[in-house]
Design a protein around this ligand. Structure first.
Ligand code: ATP
Ligand code: MG
Length: 468
C-alpha cells in the first residue's frame, strides 16, 4: 500500500494559490522569487567582514566597543548592572528592601550572640542578604569570612580556610607586637597537621580577644556530607558553650530547618533561624525603582504593576522580567518601559523556564490551560509560591480567598492529573507539592500572561475567577 507521503516533494511548488504572505508553499514562482531575491541579497551582505555576525557591545574592560551600538547603547550597558537576574546583589544601591530581615539578623548576632540559620526557597535573596550583612559587619570591624559551600565541602578545609583569615594578633596567647603576629600570621598557623576537629577549632576560637568573627557558610544545602553537617552543628555547640567570639551564619535552601542542619535538637537554643520571606509589593517596586535610577530608564506605572503581579514576591523573577522588559523597550526605540514590554519579557521568561521543566509535564500543563483548567492551576500555584512549594488546602483557601471546598476540589483535580504530589507527615498532616520545582512559577507566569497582559489592574485574578 502506498503511504500518504508518496509523491510528496517539499521542493516542488504549486503554480497557484498564493494567498497569505509568508506562505511560500503556495506561491507562484514569480511570487516565490520575490521572496527569495532579498534573502539572496542578504546572504551576500552577511559576510564576516561586513560585520553581519552578532558581536559584543562592550569590551571586557567595560568600554563601549563602538560597533553595533545604537543610540541607547549606554542605557543598554547600564541595564546590565541595573537588573542582575543571574547574580546576587552586592551593591547597596541595588539592594531592595529587606530592612526587617537584616535588622533581625543583626540583632541576633549582636545582642543575643546567637548563630544564625537563614533558609528559604531558591532565588529568594539569601546570598544577596549575606553580601549586605558582610558589608554591615565589616563596617562594625567584625572579621567576616564568607564561604560558598559545594557538594564536597568538608570541615577541615572549610574551617582551616576560615582560620587563615583571622590574624594571630587577636589570639590572647600572642601580643600584637609578637614577631609572628607582626609577620601577618593567622590562626591557621596554629593548627595541627592532622584533620581539624570541631573541638580543636572551638578551643582556638575561645582564645580570641579584641575582635569578633562571623563565618558565613552560604549554599549550605549543597554540602552533601553528613559528617560535615554534623561537625558544623558540633562546632556551633562548642562555640556557644565557651562564649566564643566566633559566630556562624548558615544560609541555604530548605523548606524547613531540619533539612538544613541535622542534629538540630542539640543546638536549637544556640541558633536563631529565619526564613527569608517573599518580598512585599513595595520591595519589588523598589527593585524596579533602583533599576530605573541606575539605567536611566522609566517604567510606566502599569508596567511596574505588571512586574509586581508576575514576580509574586520573587526578587529573581522581578530582576529577570525587568531586565528583558528594559531591553524590549530599547529595541523599540523607547526609554519608557510599557506594559507591552513587560508582556514580551514574560514571554521570554516563560521560554527560559520551559527548559527547566520536563516536556511531558509542560505539555500536560498546556493541555489543562486549553481545557479551561487555568484557574485551578493558578490557584494552586499561588498557594505553592506563597508557601515555598509545600502547601495544604488551607493555603489554597487563604491565598485565593476561596471556600475550603473549592480549595480541596482544586487540589484533588491536580492530584488526579498527577501534577501534585501528596505528602503526609505526622506533624504537618496532609500537604502537597507540584511534581517539579519550577512548575508553580511557570504556571503562574503563564496565567499572568494570559490574564494580566497589558498590566491592567482590573484584570481578573483567581480570587475573582473563583467567584467567591
Ligand atoms: N534585596 C534584593 N534587591 C534586589 N534584587 C535582589 C535582592 N535579593 C535578591 N535579588 C535578586 O534575586 C536573585 C536571586 O538572589 P540570590 O542569588 O541572592 O538568591 P539566593 O536565595 O541566594 O538563591 P539560591 O537559592 O539560588 O542560592 C538575583 O537576581 C538577585 O539579583
Ligand atoms: Mg545563594
Amino acid at each position: 500500500m502506498e503511504s500518504d507521503l508518496a509523491g510528496w516533494n517539499p521542493f516542488k511548488r504549486k503554480k497557484t494559490g498564493a494567498k497569505a504572505a509568508g506562505d511560500t508553499a503556495g506561491r507562484t514562482d514569480s511570487a516565490h522569487s520575490a521572496v527569495v531575491k532579498p534573502l539572496i541579497r542578504e546572504a551576500h551582505r552577511r559576510t564576516p567582514e561586513a560585520g553581519g555576525l552578532p558581536r559584543f557591545n562592550t569590551t571586557a574592560g567595560d568600554q563601549m566597543s563602538g560597533r553595533g551600538s545604537d543610540r541607547f547603547a549606554v542605557v543598554r550597558a547600564k541595564l546590565r548592572h541595573a537588573f542582575t537576574p543571574s547574580q546576587p546583589v552586592a551593591d547597596r544601591r541595588l539592594f531592595a528592601g529587606r530592612d526587617e530581615v537584616l535588622k533581625t539578623i543583626i540583632r541576633s548576632i549582636e545582642d543575643q550572640r546567637l548563630h544564625v540559620v537563614l533558609y528559604g526557597e531558591r532565588g529568594i535573596g539569601k546570598t544577596s542578604l549575606m553580601h549586605i550583612l558582610t558589608q554591615a559587619a565589616t563596617e562594625a570591624r567584625y572579621i567576616v569570612v564568607y564561604t560558598s559551600c559545594g557538594a564536597n565541602s568538608n570541615f577541615d578545609e572549610t574551617f582551616r580556610a576560615a582560620a587563615a583569615e583571622i590574624p594571630l594578633l587577636f589570639h590572647s596567647g600572642f601580643s600584637p607586637t609578637a614577631a609572628e603576629a607582626e609577620k601577618g600570621a593567622s590562626l591557621a598557623d596554629l593548627l595541627p597537621n592532622e584533620p581539624l576537629t570541631p573541638r580543636k577549632f572551638g578551643d582556638l576560637c575561645a582564645r580570641l580577644t579584641g575582635t569578633r568573627v562571623l563565618i558565613i557558610l552560604d549554599e549550605f544545602d549543597r554540602a552533601e556530607s553528613g559528617a560535615f553537617r554534623r561537625d558544623v552543628a558540633e562546632v556551633i555547640k562548642n562555640l556557644s558553650d565557651r562564649l566564643g567570639r566566633v559566630q556562624l551564619v548558615l544560609a541555604g535552601v530548605a523548606a524547613d530547618l531540619t533539612e538544613l542542619v541535622e542534629h538540630i535538637p542539640s543546638i536549637r537554643r544556640n541558633i536563631f533561624a529565619l526564613r527569608v520571606p517573599k518580598m512585599t509589593e513595595a520591595e519589588v517596586l523598589q527593585i524596579v525603582a533602583n533599576g530605573e535610577r541606575e539605567a536611566d530608564l522609566k517604567f510606566d506605572p502599569q508596567a511596574s504593576a505588571f512586574v509586581v503581579e508576575v514576580a509574586r514576591g520573587s526578587p529573581y523573577i522581578a530582576n529577570l522580567v525587568c531586565h528583558h522588559a528594559g531591553h524590549a523597550a530599547l529595541d523599540a526605540g523607547r526609554s519608557m518601559v510599557q506594559p507591552a514590554d513587560v508582556a514580551s519579557a514574560v514571554d521570554r521568561t516563560i521560554l527560559e523556564f520551559q527548559g527547566r521543566i520536563g516536556t511531558p509535564i509542560q505539555q500536560h500543563v498546556r493541555r489543562l490551560f486549553d481545557q479551561g483548567r487555568q484557574d485551578v492551576l493558578a490557584m494552586t500555584s499561588r498557594a505553592a509560591l506563597a508557601a515555598d512549594g509545600v502547601f495544604d488546602a488551607s493555603d489554597v483557601e487563604a491565598s485565593n480567598r476561596i471556600s475550603a471546598r473549592k480549595a480541596q476540589d482544586a487540589i484533588e483535580i491536580l492530584v488526579a492529573e498527577r501534577l501534585l504530589r501528596s505528602l503526609h507527615s505526622e506533624e504537618a498532616g496532609q500537604r502537597y507539592s507540584f511534581v517539579e520545582e519550577g512548575m508553580p512559577t511557570l504556571i503562574w507566569m503563564m496565567w499572568a500572561q494570559r490574564n494580566l497582559n497589558g498590566g491592567s489592574a482590573a484584570a481578573p485574578t483567581p480570587r475573582a475567577a473563583a467567584g467567591s
